[in-house]
Design a protein around this ligand. Structure first.
Ligand code: ADP
Length: 757
């Protein structure tokens, strides 16, 4: 595109006498005039420099030799000429071939040259070598290239006065030709540059060096500034005398702005990379030498930028990897594959190692030429350590679980303990582990954990481990897990021991109770036999005594003695009957014979019988009875109950009134016998209803402790209840509750057995 302008200017200059001189002096463009067939007519300095041929070598030759074989085969040169004729201009960007066969990337514009009559006299070809610029622009954006739009081309005389002016110059600088021509070139310079004598200096350098290029601020007519690339070339006449200069000015303002933006973007990127803390981000050159360094790199690797830039990156590797050629291999992989990534050990400045994730990417320029490597390193030590710790913990947990299983399946405590110690030694790789009983003190430096006993805050002892290395929190957790297994095994073996003891005791106890049972059975049998044996002669004796009594004729005192003997035998008979009852109850042989009768009547009769003994005991008998209390009970047995309770009341309530009360509560009949005698201690209350149980001192009160036992059984055989309320020294109240209808008569035989069940 830029070539269009050059072309325009050359077309404008064509009429000038200095055309040849001007084109000759331009080094940056190859300018050639071709005849209508494409034969080269003129060849300038730029053409010689860019395309390699001297004017003598090329003039008269076809211009197509400047194209590649492919282009020639495709008829490209001819196409361009035809296109130039048709459109007035042909532009092309592509490869061209130098004399030496090397290629260069060219921007080329071909325009037709027309005579005064408008006939085509030939072509002007302007070719610019873009190779160099492409390299220069490597880091510039395409925008930059596109933004370079303006060229000003004009001439100066030897003193620097403007002699020609063109449209491009007008556009670039704002002066019309009549305003510019005749002025000094310094009008385009800033006051500072002018004061520094820069315009003249540039001319002098161009003269001395054959060419000068300058990039800097220039000033437009309106005073605004633009960034310009200026090339000044001296023009000499045939004798080599300086006749003036050509000046080509490119307005690079756009490019400069783009460059500035790019620079700022680069700067931002650089700052961003610089400030990253967790990643080491840096560049290596092609040989692997550190070229840049960021804060993260300093943080992770410990080197400052001054220390490391220029050093080979192999110093980040452990020595064995360096000697194995690993760093170079990584560079090779990165440059062939574009990228290399791995996790591995790296070395810090202080020699310590860290586990790193490393990404190495090849960096290439636009032409694909390797210019270095970008390297990003992350320190994964912490992550690796955490992962390893997790794995170790999982391993220890499974070992502990296995040990727990073994302990479950193994009854012998010593074997469990031995296995536990072995497990600790092998798993933690430590030398000494032992069990300390509570109170024993561990070796100095040993780590101890409790062997907890099942009771809260109690322990069987300690597990003590001594290691040459410090034990980690995981290790201690593992020790505790093993100690817990040992604790369970100990607790189990202890409770097994207790169980064995308890079993032995229970066995012995069983033996004892069997013996007691046997003794009791023997006793019951003895009682039963003895009672029967006594009953028979006693009955015979009673009959004889009654016979004597009824025959009469015995005078006092013999008659009185006979009466006393009869009463004694009656007492004896009652005792023996009680014993018989007891053995019947024990054998479940008490028979009930219910009948319907009036209980109030029965109570009155029994009380009547007791009038005499009560009087003897100075006790007043008080009766509180309803008119009639009918029900179905075993009359004789209920009489026995009344007799027992009243005789106790008289016996233990001497000298105090006795109350007998009968009341009906719904279908339950309640009988209360209350005295105000010695009372019963609370501890004895339950006991007195059992066989042979007495609570009163034997010195003062006789009795075998059977009355209440029999009474209770009779009451229960009637599906009733007996209880006592008593206070020591204040008296006792026995309460009997009977259902109005006890078991039907037919079922009588089994009643006792059922009642006892
Ligand atoms: P015992 O023939 O010894 O009186 P019991 O079975 O009739 O046998 O009574 C058992 C025990 O209950 C008695 O030894 C006595 O200590 C106590 N006891 C029974 N009735 C009374 C009562 N009314 N007052 C005080 N204690 C009594």
């Amino acid at each position: 595109m830029e070539n269009h302008l050059v072309q325009d200017e050359l077309n404008a200059l064509r009429t000038s006498a200095e055309l040849r001189a001007v084109t000759d002096s331009i080094q940056d463009y190859a300018i050639a005039v071709l005849d209508p067939q494409g034969v080269v007519l003129t060849w300038n300095t730029g053409a010689r420099q860019i395309e390699g041929y001297t004017a003598e070598e090329i003039v008269g030759q076809g211009f197509d030799r400047l194209y590649t074989a492919e282009d020639r085969a495709a008829g490209r040169p001819q196409t361009l000429l035809t296109e130039a004729l048709r459109a007035g201009r042909a532009q092309d960007e592509g490869w061209r071939v130098r004399k030496d066969g090397s290629r260069f990337w060219a921007d080329e514009v071909i325009s037709p040259l027309r005579g005064a009559n408008g006939a085509v006299e030939g072509y002007v070809k302007v070719t610019r070598d873009l190779t160099q610029r492409r390299q220069d622009d490597e880091h510039r954006t395409t925008l930059t290239v596109a933004s370079v739009t303006d060229y000003a081309i004009f001439m100066l005389d030897a003193r620097g006065t403007i002699t020609t002016w063109n449209l491009g110059a007008e556009r670039a600088k704002g002066y019309r030709a009549d305003e510019a021509i005749g002025r000094d070139l310094s009008i385009f310079y800033t006051p500072e540059d002018k004061a520094a004598g820069k315009p003249l200096r540039l001319l002098r350098r161009a003269q001395d060096e054959g060419r000068v290029e300058d990039e800097g601020w220039r000033v437009r007519k309106d005073g605004s500034r633009f960034w310009a690339d200026v090339v000044i070339t001296p023009v000499n006449d045939a004798n080599g005398k300086l006749i003036g200069f050509t000046k080509v000015t490119r307005d690079l303002t756009e490019r400069r702005r783009a460059e500035e933006q790019l620079r700022q973007a680069d700067e931002r990127l650089r700052l961003m990379i610089e400030s990253v803390h967790d990643y080491a981000i840096f560049m290596l050159d092609r040989q692997g030498r550190v070229a840049t360094w960021n804060r993260g790199a300093e943080h992770i690797k410990g080197y400052t930028a001054q220390e490391i830039v220029g050093q080979h990156f192999s110093r980040f590797y452990p020595p064995e990897e360096v000697s194995a050629g690993k760093p170079e291999r990584e560079l090779e992989i990165a440059s062939s594959k574009g990228r290399f990534e791995e996790e591995g050990w790296r070395v810090r400045k202080d020699g310590s190692r860290f586990w790193a994730n490393v990404v190495l990417s090849a960096t290439r320029n636009r032409d694909g030429v390797l210019i270095g490597f970008a390297k990003i390193t992350r320190d994964l030590s912490e992550r690796k350590r955490a992962a390893e710790e997790m794995a170790e913990r999982a391993r220890q947990q499974s070992v502990a679980a296995e040990l727990g299983l073994y302990a479950l399946q193994t009854a012998q405590l010593d074997r469990v303990i031995e296995r536990s110690m072995q497990t600790v030694r092998e798993t933690l790789q430590i030398d000494d582990v032992r069990i300390l009983r509570a109170g024993e003190s561990p070796l100095p430096g040993a780590r101890t954990v409790r062997i907890h006993a099942p009771e809260p805050d109690a322990e069987y002892g300690f597990l003590a481990a001594s290691a040459s290395r410090p034990l980690t929190a995981n290790d201690v957790r593992f020790l505790q897990a093993v100690a817990n297994v040992v604790a369970v095994a100990m607790a189990r073996s202890q409770s097994e021991e207790q169980l064995r003891l308890a079993e032995r005791e229970a066995f012995e106890e069983r033996g004892r109770s069997v013996r007691i049972q046997e003794a009791l059975l023997e006793r019951d049998e003895f009682i039963s036999v003895a009672a029967h044996e006594l009953r028979t002669p006693l009955t015979a004796l009673q009959l004889k005594l009654q016979g004597l009594e009824s025959s009469g004729g015995l005078l006092p005192p013999k008659g009185e003695r006979l009466g006393a003997a009869v009463r004694q035998t009656e007492r004896l008979a009652r005792l023996i009957d009680r014993l018989l009852d007891v053995s019947r109850i024990a054998q479940g042989r008490v028979e009930m014979t219910p009948e319907i009768f009036d209980l109030a009547v029965l109570v009155r009769q029994v009380a009547e019988d007791f009038r005499e003994p009560a009087t003897q005991a100075r006790a007043v008998l008080e009766l509180q009875l309803p008119e009639k209390v009918e029900g179905s009970w075993d009359r004789l047995r209920i009489e026995q109950v009344l007799v027992n309770l009243l005789s106790n009341a008289v016996k233990y309530g001497t000298g105090k009134p006795i109350t007998v009360k009968l009341e009906e509560v719904g279908d339950v009949i309640r009988l209360c016998v209350a005295d105000r005698g010695i009372g019963i201690a609370p501890d004895d209350v339950d006991r007195i209803f059992a066989r042979f149980q007495r609570a009163a001192p034997i010195r003062n009160y006789g009795g075998m402790g059977l009355g209440l036992y029999i009474t209770r059984h009779i009451v229960e055989a009637h599906r009733g209840r007996i209880s006592v309320a008593s206070k020591l020294g204040e008296g006792s109240t026995f309460v009997v509750e009977l259902p109005r209808l006890s078991a039907p008569a037919a079922a009588g035989r089994d009643n006792v057995a059922r009642a006892r069940a």
